[in-house]
Design a protein around this ligand. Structure first.
Ligand code: SAH
Length: 244
């Protein structure tokens, strides 16, 4: 090959490399909007999560990571990092971040824990759980919310959450037993099928009480056939519905 040709090929290669570097540098740069939400999220975690006594490192890390603004209706995205429940349509709500963090910490999830959530809703709580373990199952009774949650989790890269549209009063027998069960809607009694699906040493966190009022958050533990339950605090959740 003659010298001018070699020089020309080298020049073309050089231009391609420079363009590639410029392209990747551009796509990696976080957008100002993402930056804005990330800053609000870090501040929320400091004030409303750590500030209210949640100190488990893995839970704090999960709360810092999951983009809550992606789980609320677009018209509420500017309120996504205020410690407040928000409407997600169909009369349902995404819980306040602090209660999500408190309930998650109470579950004592380890990397290999198998977790069941009753009430997928927006899938925010499911995403928090998915930051802690690869084995998350979540069920939702309202079909459109359930379908939207599946799509959202896939879009955001949470492929380790398995969502099913069903009545969570009966749990999800197929994948039982669970090391942890979290119920994010309130029944007026603790469903026996959920106790049956707890593993030996398993923990369940569940609000119990009459619909439309404040309920009591309980932490239930199973050791063999022995069930212990501890009354924790007053909470406000939407009712657990269904035909049981
Ligand atoms: N964990 C959700 C909170 C959603 S609110 C989040 O992070 O957004 C509670 C959800 O429980 C609602 O979506 C409601 O439709 C659902 N739900 C109520 N009764 C249910 C039942 N029997 N089985 C499964 N889901 C139920």
């Amino acid at each position: 090959m003659s010298r001018p040709w070699r020089v020309a090929i080298l020049l073309v290669l050089l231009v391609v490399i420079v363009l590639a570097i410029l392209f990747f540098a551009r796509t990696r740069e976080p957008s100002p909007v993402a930056d804005h939400f990330a800053a609000l999220r870090q501040e929320m975690v400091r004030a409303d999560i750590q500030g209210r006594g949640v100190h488990d490192e893995s839970v704090v890390r999960a709360m810092r990571t999951v983009p809550r603004h992606e789980f609320v209706l677009p018209e509420y995205s500017d309120q996504a990092y205020v410690d407040f429940p928000l409407s997600i349509g169909y009369g349902q709500t995404i819980s306040a971040p602090s209660i999500v963090a408190v309930m998650t910490e109470l579950l004592e999830i380890e990397r290999d824990s198998k977790v069941l959530e009753i009430g997928t809703g927006s899938a925010y709580q499911a995403a928090i759980l998915a930051e802690l373990t690869d084995h998350v199952y979540s069920v939702e009774i309202v079909e459109p919310l359930c379908q939207a949650a599946k799509k959202r989790l896939l879009r955001l890269g949470y492929a380790n959450v398995v969502v099913d549209c069903r009545d969570g009063y009966y749990g999800w027998e197929e994948h039982a037993p669970y090391d942890a069960i979290i119920v994010t809607c309130a029944p007026d009694h603790i469903p026996q099928p959920l106790i049956n699906q707890l593993a030996d040493g398993g923990r369940m966190v569940i609000p119990v009480g009459p619909p439309g009022f404040y309920q009591v958050l309980w932490r239930v533990e199973r050791h063999g056939e022995e069930i212990t339950s501890e009354r924790l605090m007053g909470v406000g959740f939407v009712p657990l519905t269904g035909g049981h």
